[in-house]
Ligand binder design. Structure first.
Ligand code: NAD
Length: 434
């Protein structure tokens, strides 16, 4: 089957590569010509485990191509997946201008039936606006469908997730659209055995916001519990384990830490709060989820201030920039907040991250970046752990202590065992554990 994917970011590129991997013929379109040129040179604009090899293989075998021409993309296939960004707007609502632009441009180039599939995360009822826009820009009376097919992949595990999804949600309003999406997903369903859930478009759109907001809520919940743990001497990891073994709760997303970040949870929770408000419902539960998340960062920052007393001119090593291990994505990463706050307080920052550092450095060139962890912590007054990269967990604690000016660690991800660190002579603070 021929498939067009518009947008070659974390979602579009992985989706396009995986569709080609299962045997479809895929054309990926991106209006960023630099990105398309990179991809045509088989250079990956993002890091995702296994992506480069998969792209290379499918390009070489003739099933995957890249272009910046939306007209070509429209002519290539009757099924067009829209995987462009939906970043937060000025007041937190989803910015749908990229989605709108694709709808407009596809409509302008359409000469026969097309199915436009929302893969991007969009607020409920976006399809209605998209249909209105497309109708306005069509050059003739041509039939088309819009469908919703939200993406649930996790960065860092994007390829296995896309090839073995927990579920495929499709929101459709015509038999034709359903049949096309069933054909697209047939090879993935066959190899993974997962279910394709058919529903109306609004429910499919809502499923994505509801899922991400629920996961964010779990994180904020355990972070709120971690505050009670700190006030009572309880250990949040023990509490989370005790909770998580209940199959009604489950162990995932119950790790206390510095709060959720990344390109999805903060913006999706915000967008869900906004669309709810617009529809006449004040989603106070989610507003509290956001408040807990904000306060968690501030709370961890207060531990730094308490320990250092004066932050100005202190040398601080920040270990980890990416919002989680396995990705180079630092959009809304907690590290951003700490870099800004610490710099504002006059600290000297040294940063280490195995994948995200080169991109981050372009945006924040004023700090020092180290490829080697031990070089990063050299003469540091304090080490701050922001991402649970395995390299950090594997650090030689004695060597770390020796390298630092003063052995103080604030562990925002509960990577280390407090007892081990304290026995080694560290002043050690983590989250929800004494
Ligand atoms: N990143 C994730 O883990 C993840 C997971 C699930 C869903 N999503 C959702 O998927 C969508 C895409 O996310 P992402 O992280 O891949 O974004 P991204 O910013 O990495 O990529 C978006 C791409 O779209 C391109 N683009 C923008 N406008 C375009 C246009 N008019 N024509 C062609 N290309 C255009 C950009 O150049 C960019 O390459 C978002 O709605 C996001 O919320 C993301």
């Amino acid at each position: 089957m021929k498939i067009t994917v518009v947008g070659t970011g974390y979602v579009g590129l992985v989706t396009g590569a995986c569709f080609s991997e299962v045997g479809h013929e895929v054309l990926c379109v991106d209006n960023n010509e630099q990105k398309v040129a990179m991809l045509n040179r088989l250079e990956m604009p993002i890091y995702e485990d296994g992506l480069e090899a998969m792209v290379r293989k499918n390009v070489e075998e003739g099933r995957l191509r890249f272009t910046s021409c939306i007209k070509e993309g429209t002519e290539f296939s009757e099924v067009i997946f829209v995987a462009v960004g939906t970043p937060p707007g000025r007041s937190g609502e989803a910015n749908l201008s990229y989605v709108e632009q694709v709808g407009r441009e596809v409509a302008e180039h359409m000469t026969s039936y097309h199915l436009l599939v929302e893969k991007s995360t969009v607020p409920v009822n976006t399809s209605e606006q998209l249909k209105r826009t497309m109708t306005k820009y069509l050059r003739a009376d041509i039939d088309f469908d819009v469908a919703s097919n939200p993406e649930f992949l996790r960065e860092g595990r994007a390829i296995p997730d896309a090839l073995n999804p927990s579920r495929v949600v499709v929101g459709v309003e015509s038999k034709r659209a359903l049949l096309l999406l069933q054909e697209v997903y047939k090879p993935i369903m066959e190899r993974s055995g997962c279910r394709l859930l058919e529903m109306d478009i609004a429910s499919a759109e809502l499923t994505k916001h509801a899922s991400n907001s629920f996961l964010a809520m779990k994180i904020s919940y355990i972070n709120a519990v971690s505050r009670i743990c700190e006030l009572t001497g309880a250990n949040v990891e023990k509490v989370a384990e005790g909770m998580g073994l209940d199959p009604r709760i489950g162990p995932e997303f119950l790790r206390a830490g510095v709060g959720y970040g990344g390109s999805c949870f903060p913006k999706d929770v915000d967008a869900f709060v906004h669309i709810s408000e617009r529809l006449g419902y004040s989603f106070d539960l989610l507003k509290d989820v956001q408040k807990v998340n904000r306060e968690q960062r501030e709370h961890v920052f207060s531990k730094i201030k308490k320990e250092l007393w004066v932050v100005e001119n202190k040398r601080i090593a920040i270990l980890g920039i990416a919002f989680k291990p396995g990705t180079d994505d630092y959009r809304e990463a907690p590290a951003l907040y700490f870099v800004n706050e610490l710099a504002e307080h006059g600290a000297t920052l040294r940063l280490w991250d195995p994948i995200a550092a080169p991109h981050f450095k372009k945006e924040f060139p004023q700090h020092t970046y180290c490829e080697d962890l031990m070089e990063c912590v050299q003469d540091a007054d304090l080490v701050l752990v922001m991402t649970e990269w395995p390299e950090i967990k594997a650090l030689d604690i004695q060597a770390l202590k020796k390298a630092m000016k003063s052995p103080v660690m604030i562990d925002g991800r509960n990577v280390f065992d407090p007892e081990v660190l304290r026995e080694a002579g560290f002043i050690y603070h983590s989250v929800g554990r004494l």
